[in-house]
Design a protein. Structure first.
Length: 212
């Protein structure tokens, strides 16, 4: 665990992209990330988060580096400290229809469009959005490098995980509360035993269940 001083330095480094924009008078910088590109079931969820320039939240990091308990603890703090935030969701049927990359873009567009404040610049994890409606900076590994993107990754992950836990009650044979739809051995065995349920991504499965 980092000391308080080391954590302040780490967070300061994660805010360097935002600070460069804030110092140019660009106040509304939205971090954008998604969760759920890889699973065999459920939606892809994107989040957009805009923070004020004086923001500091200890523990913010790439959601994949945090435990579910830590993500849940950070989620209401992000809600409280953000100027605004929003989420967008594209379900498994639409993923099958347009493919996961296009579905991820669509979820991001939805999250951006739902923000009550128009962002002046987007910080996006990974690839840029094809449309250039807003100035944007795509950052490879952005969920590790940008505070706003990391916060968006937490919001997206928590939102999606809660949905999958709710689905577990509707489809109890698959273990969605444990693996959140990812292609674990237990999940693939459940598919072999029970077949696909309504929230499985049909285009994701042919190789998945034959290779395990």
């Amino acid at each position: 665990m980092l000391s308080d001083d080391d954590e302040k330095v780490r967070i300061h480094q994660m805010l360097r992209y935002e600070k460069e924009l804030w110092e140019k008078g660009i106040h509304y910088v939205a971090g954008i990330d998604e969760a759920g590109r890889g699973p065999l079931a459920g939606p892809v969820v994107a989040a957009a988060v805009i923070f004020p320039p004086d923001v500091f939240i200890s523990g913010i990091n790439d959601s994949k580096k945090l435990s579910s308990k830590k993500r849940e603890a950070l989620y209401p703090i992000i809600q409280d400290r953000a100027i605004v935030f929003s989420t967008g969701l594209v379900n498994e049927k639409e993923i099958d229809r347009i493919n996961i990359l296009q579905a991820s873009y669509r979820a991001m567009r939805m999250a951006i469009g739902k923000l009550p404040i128009r962002p002046q610049h987007l910080l996006i994890d990974g690839r840029p959005l094809p449309e250039k409606f807003y100035p944007q900076t795509a950052i490879e590994g952005g969920d590790r490098k940008s505070f706003s993107i990391a916060a968006a990754s937490i919001v997206a992950k928590v939102t999606r995980d809660r949905l999958m836990i709710a689905y577990d009650k509707k489809y109890p044979n698959y273990g969605f509360a444990q693996h959140k739809g990812y292609g674990t051995q237990a999940h693939v065995e459940a598919i072999r035993q029970h077949g696909l349920c309504d929230i499985h991504r049909k285009t994701f499965h042919i190789k998945a269940w034959k290779s395990v």
